[in-house]
Design a protein around this ligand. Sequence first.
Ligand code: URA
Ligand code: SF4
Length: 219
Amino acid sequence: MPTKVPGAEEFVPDTDDLSVLADAAQGCKGCDLYLDATQSVFGQGSATATVMLIGEQPGDQEDRAGAPFVGPAGKLLDKALVAAGIDRDSVYVTNAVKHFKFTLPERGKRRIHKTPSRTEVVACRPWLLAELDAVRPDVVVLLGATAAKALLGNDFRLTEHRGEVLGLPAGEFAIDPQVVATVHPSSVLRGPPENREQAFEALTDDLRVVAGLMRGHGR
Ligand code: URA
Ligand code: SF4
């Protein structure tokens, strides 16, 4: 029988204070991912940000640094944000899952990213909901299928709906932001080199939709 995952719920303090939430996330044992990771990587950015960007989970460098999107995927994201005319300082950046999931290959010690399971995503969701409640963004950007499914449900198809202006499922959330889903920046890096420029442009185009929504909110 699969062991029941308790989830993050009991570890999430009832507060809108992001630094209190971030501190509390260091003690989370809501699923097994805390066991092997260095630390939990909470979101970063202003509590008054108009836009919240949500990735999948911290990578190797984020796990060491304790900050989201500081490694190769983060550098690519920064470039795409600049190209789309979005100031990274004006956004709040976080991940669907707060601990790095990886495997250690038998030879060598480079830790290899592993996609979190649906169970882990659901276990970690209370942290994401607490961040959404605290920041109350006007626009939520879902980077990749894991983040998209975390908020829009497991049946959501990114390839069909990327770049569209969507909403959160009715009745499940205390806020009602506009939502744009796009690919994960690391998919641009992992794809075939000859497609990289086109994949980068497509990501940037989706972020331009976000920039347009921000202007609509007076930013
Ligand atoms: N990939 C993510 O989804 N998030 C990070 O913070 C880094 C890489
Ligand atoms: Fe808690 Fe999320 Fe880390 Fe699991 S991944 S231990 S739910 S913070």
